[in-house]
Design a binder for this molecule. Structure first.
Ligand code: NAP
Ligand code: GLV
Length: 309
């Protein structure tokens, strides 16, 4: 019986080597050499072609290489009844916390304005408030956002979150559901999107939402490109409703060369690298879950297919 892998990115070491070292009891097969499909019990994948997973009749579990599972749930032929496990691993979380902290601090400390002043050789002593008077809000408050909030809380930021269910986290005001969204937005100067992409969150970063933020707010989107209506971001920047945006994800990736975001003076573009699954700790999580399944236990971090995350 075997595990099949379809990696998303090239790494210095082939994933197969890391699996063989960490989980020697499982035969590990590359995607382009699957062998007998009946032997495949586990799949560790990023964006497999639609219908491909259905060709493995004895699949026991699908492991997403990423935290997001929209790349799997968009497959109309995803095999029914097979659990899907999303990636939760400490280094992926750490990477996102570093990204969010860096870009929140950059906006908070007026980084873009200071960089523009330097370009123009302007000596203008911009006075910035300290963190306790800066209101940061998280759209989505799961594994990744909660760790970022832990660090921003230690720096003293005034934090809030919006999620489907209420949260009780020290130093973070919780807003939930449709009724909670407007008051959450009204108090948020730096908006960090760490939602999963689901039918409910598709296009959530739109003109209507931006209009409910205080004028001159900043946007950081490290969720998914499908969250953003890109024309609306450009319009909100043009009107001054948004002061700036840091975008790691886009509706079309790689971001097309002709996109206006590349050269926009108030947009920072990063190529979907806010956080990247790290091989060793990812394979350790998968190995632990496979051992749970083989011992008759349910895997951890399974996805609710109805909710979409
Ligand atoms: P998670 O633990 O599943 O958290 C998701 C959060 O979103 C939860 O707080 C959930 O609310 C909330 N949510 C979902 N649907 C909602 C809705 N309709 N209304 C309000 N809140 C809703 O996910 P995670 O591990 O933190 O990852 C979040 C996302 O980050 C991933 O799905 C992926 O798209 C993205 N990501 C991006 C990168 C990158 O490099 N750019 C890297 C990793 C992940 P409840 O808590 O109430 O359930
Ligand atoms: C990356 O985008 C992930 O979902 O982990």
């Amino acid at each position: 019986m075997a595990l099949i892998i379809k990696p998303d990115l090239e790494h210095a070491r082939p994933w197969r080597e890391v699996f063989l070292e960490t989980l020697p009891e499982q035969e590990c097969r590359e995607w382009d050499r699957p062998g007998d499909p009946e032997a495949i019990e586990y799949a560790f994948v990023w964006a497999p072609p639609s219908g491909a997973l259905k060709t493995f009749p004895n699949l026991k579990c699908i492991f997403s290489i990423g935290a997001g599972v929209d790349h799997l749930l968009k497959d109309p032929d995803l095999p029914d009844g097979v659990p899907i496990v999303r990636m939760v691993e400490p280094e992926l979380t750490q990477g996102m916390t570093e990204y969010v902290t860096m870009h929140v601090l950059r906006f908070h400390r007026e980084g873009p304005a200071l960089e523009a002043q330097q370009r123009d050789r302007v000596w203008n002593e911009l006075i910035v408030p300290t963190a306790p008077s800066r209101r940061v809000g998280f759209l989505g408050f799961g594994v990744l956002a909660q760790d970022s909030a832990r660090v921003l809380n230690a720096l003293g930021f005034d934090l809030a979150c919006w999620s489907r269910t209420a949260k009780t986290v020290d130093g973070v005001q919780s807003f939930r559901g449709a009724d909670g969204l407007d008051p959450f937005l009204a108090r948020t100067e730096i908006l960090v999107c760490l939602l999963p992409l689901t039918p409910e969150t598709d296009g959530i970063l739109n003109a209507g939402l931006f209009a409910k933020l205080p004028r001159g707010a900043w946007l950081i989107n490290a969720g998914r490109g499908g969250h953003q209506i890109e024309e609306d971001i450009l319009d909100a920047l043009e009107s001054g409703q948004l002061s700036g945006a840091t975008l790691d994800v886009f509706r079309s990736e790689p971001l097309p060369k002709e996109s206006p975001f590349w050269a926009h003076p108030r947009v920072t573009v990063t190529p979907h690298i806010a956080s990247v699954t790290q091989q060793k700790s990812a394979v350790e999580q998968v190995a632990a879950n496979i051992r749970r399944i083989e011992a008759g236990e349910a895997p951890l971090n399974t996805v609710d297919r109805v909710l979409g995350y």
